[in-house]
Ligand binder design. Structure first.
Ligand code: T4K
Length: 371
């Protein structure tokens, strides 16, 4: 059997170089490298169609998109968020001088538990920042009810969620805004990249100003904006990626099915089930190790895999709430985050990318059970 030398948690999908060359030639011909060029405009339009959303603004990366969305929504004070995410979620709050308030996650979805949100609301709370972890939707209906009742805004971190649907609707159609990441490690990548989805033209215009220094025209600056624009290389690459994204999600689905088949009935190893009415994008394949039942700790499994050049990742361990400066916050107490702590200490994300070979999947599953 032939195995890749190193099997990483993910590998970015790259179309053939030949297929990208005509786009590069066009960029060289246009000499428009950035600032809302023709590829940028076309990608925004094509993504609105693909994601079935009314307005999208492209960004240099997902973190700057999160940062800018908070500015565009004029969010201040405290924001309720999850500790079980990539650090960028809370960093975007911190950089905006907003205090993250952590609450626990739902043990099934692994996203913010609506039952814990209400108790954390204070007079300073202005918004909720939930994350559709691994591409699985949050309980958007319950979150919307809480937000409406308490007059809070909702910004979804949808970094993992490209192309996923809930109740037949794009996940990005929920909340006031959603932020996507097109990082190299994501289901749809533009090397680095990201986007904000919003629901009206006025807001889109405001976001577009904010990501371009606040500039409206040559002599008018309307707000203290930042430079967070996606460039033409990224946008052209995104257009090409879009051609392959459905095929790639299909391959990811097949990989997930293979993993399920080979890992079922292993005592102490648990897998996630998608919430009802969800069309998944199979961005990640997390498994959860119950040490008492499995006979080995999560970290032992992780190390064993590494010894065989299989580089799974413990997304998301440690919890954001255990990093400085967040660990000083009262809401960062472990007692407040029992489910998140337990999940974070048991998870390993197994390799998942469209070109992962069947032999390698079987090899990974065998190594998990070995020794
Ligand atoms: N919100 C959430 C919920 C997120 O998950 C993220 C990003 C964001 C916001 C922020 O979006 P961006 O600003 O990134 O657009 C990775 C990614 O850097 C990060 O984008 C992602 N989440 C996070 C979950 O994972 P690391 O530190 O684990 O990446 P790294 O470099 O260790 O890569 C993992 C593996 O992927 C490598 O071992 C090999 C492979 N890889 C990686 C890259 C970058 C490649 O084969 N080629 C590559 O070019 O954070």
């Amino acid at each position: 059997m032939k195995f890749e030398e190193h099997i990483y948690v993910t590998r970015p999908f790259l179309p053939s170089l030949e297929e990208f060359l005509p786009s590069l030639e066009q960029i060289w011909q246009n000499r428009v490298l950035t600032n809302n060029g023709p590829f940028h405009q076309e990608l925004e339009q094509k993504l609105c169609e693909y994601l079935d959303v009314p307005f999208i603004s492209l960004f240099a990366n997902g973190t700057l998109a999160l940062f800018t969305a908070l500015q565009a929504m004029n969010i201040k004070g405290e924001v309720i968020t999850t500790p079980f995410s990539f650090v960028a979620t809370s960093h975007a709050l911190w950089w905006n001088n907003i205090k993250p308030v952590f609450t626990d996650i739902d043990p099934v979805r692994l996203t913010l538990d609506p039952a814990t949100i209400e108790a954390a609301i204070t007079s300073e709370t202005s918004a909720i920042l939930p994350v559709h972890v691994y591409g699985n939707p949050c309980d958007v209906d319950a979150i919307e009810n809480i937000a409406r009742k308490h007059n809070l805004k909702v910004l979804y971190d949808a970094a993992h969620t490209f192309g996923a649907k809930y109740k037949g609707q794009s996940i990005c159609s929920f909340g006031d805004m959603s932020v996507l990441s097109f990082h190299a490690t994501k289901v749809f990548n533009t090397f680095e990249g990201g986007a904000i989805v919003c629901h009206d033209a006025e807001t889109k215009k405001h976001i577009d100003h904010l990501k371009n220094f606040g500039i409206e025209d040559e002599v008018t600056v309307v707000a203290p904006g930042i430079n967070a624009k996606m460039n033409e290389f990224q946008a052209a690459f995104g257009l090409l990626q879009l051609k392959y994204v459905d095929e790639n999600i299909k391959k990811r689905r097949q990989i997930a099915e293979l993993y399920r088949e080979h890992l079922k009935n292993i005592k102490g190893l648990h897998m996630l089930n998608a919430p009802d009415h969800t069309d998944q994008n199979f961005a990640y394949f997390p498994v959860f190790i119950d040490e008492a039942e499995f006979g080995k700790s999560r970290d032992e499994v992780y190390e064993t895999l590494k010894q065989h050049q299989i580089y799974g990742r413990r997304y998301f361990y440690p919890l954001i709430s255990s990093f400085p400066p967040y660990r000083e916050l009262p809401s960062a107490h472990q007692a407040n985050l029992a489910v998140a702590t337990q999940v974070s200490e048991s998870v390993i994300c197994l390799p998942m990318y469209p070109e992962l070979e069947t032999e390698n999947i079987i090899h990974i599953c065998k190594r998990i059970q070995s020794e």
